[in-house]
Design a protein around this ligand. Structure first.
Ligand code: AP5
Ligand code: MG
Length: 213
């Protein structure tokens, strides 16, 4: 099963993608996590990506598309994948379609998690992220068992650099301008499903399961 997660920053793409990956036995591929791992490791890609991410801007398509196309051709993607945070622009969506088309394949589901902007700003202030394994928590709606420590891997939880209120506003405006048009793109392709992301985590996952099962 080849799945794309759509939705504004903080809509819950990562949270739900991890659950999908676990249930359906497919890898979770988050471009944001890949960039953050590169920043942490001080790679050239990380240095370039950081410039854009810290401002809330998108990393240029030319740094993003090849990376994802390479990743989905790895062995663990044979039975599918769940892409979280990619595509984010129409050219990225087209690059993905072209790459899959070459192998006679296509995306099965584009799941859009709908959350209004005013809920997003509140959510981001409470998010805590594990830079080690990519797990995401929220101090109120999804707290870790031990404060500041990742349940999964024991890593230290941190506040993401781009979760400052001003940067969140910028990310939202970039989302509306560059990423929201993908909703129409996948609607036209007949593979879009929209779920109400303001519901509690488990209810959002149940709605996604209904779409996928
Ligand atoms: P990325 O890491 O993808 O960030 P994002 O899209 O802004 O999304 P987030 O990770 O912030 O939110 P999410 O939807 O995953 O929500 P989460 O599950 O954490 O990208 C970061 C940056 O990298 C971009 O700004 C860009 O610069 C660059 N980049 C990445 N991909 C790129 C690409 N393809 N092209 C160009 N640039 C790219 O949930 C948020 C919080 O809410 C958590 O605390 C969670 O616990 C909580 N929560 C989740 N669901 C619920 C719920 N139902 N109820 C209550 N709380 C909830
Ligand atoms: Mg995420």
């Amino acid at each position: 099963m080849k799945i794309i997660m759509l939705g504004a920053p903080g809509a819950g793409k990562g949270t739900q993608a991890i659950k999908i990956a676990e249930k359906y036995g497919i890898p979770h591929i988050s471009t944001g996590d890949i960039f953050r791992a590169n920043i942490k490791n001080g790679t050239e890609l990380g240095k370039k990506a950081k410039e854009f991410m810290d401002k809330g801007a998108l990393v240029p398509d030319e740094l993003t598309c090849d990376l994802v196309v390479d990743r989905i051709h790895q062995d663990d993607c044979k039975n599918g994948f769940v892409l979280d945070g990619f595509p984010r622009t129409i050219p990225q969506a087209k690059a993905l379609d072209t790459a899959l088309d070459k192998d006679g394949e296509s995306i099965d589901h584009a799941i859009d998690i709908e959350v209004p902007d005013q809920n997003i700003v509140k959510r981001m202030g409470g998010r805590r992220a594990c830079l080690n394994c990519g797990a995401t928590y929220h101090i109120i709606s999804a707290p870790p068992k031990t404060e500041g420590i990742c349940d999964n891997c024991g890593g230290k939880l941190t506040i993401r650099e781009d979760d400052k209120p001003q940067t969140v506003q910028e990310r939202l405006s970039v989302y509306h301008q560059k990423t929201q048009p993908l909703i129409d793109y996948y609607k036209k392709a007949g593979i879009l499903d929209q779920v109400d992301g303001t519901q509690p985590l488990d209810q959002v996952f149940s709605m996604i399961e209904e779409v996928l099962d």
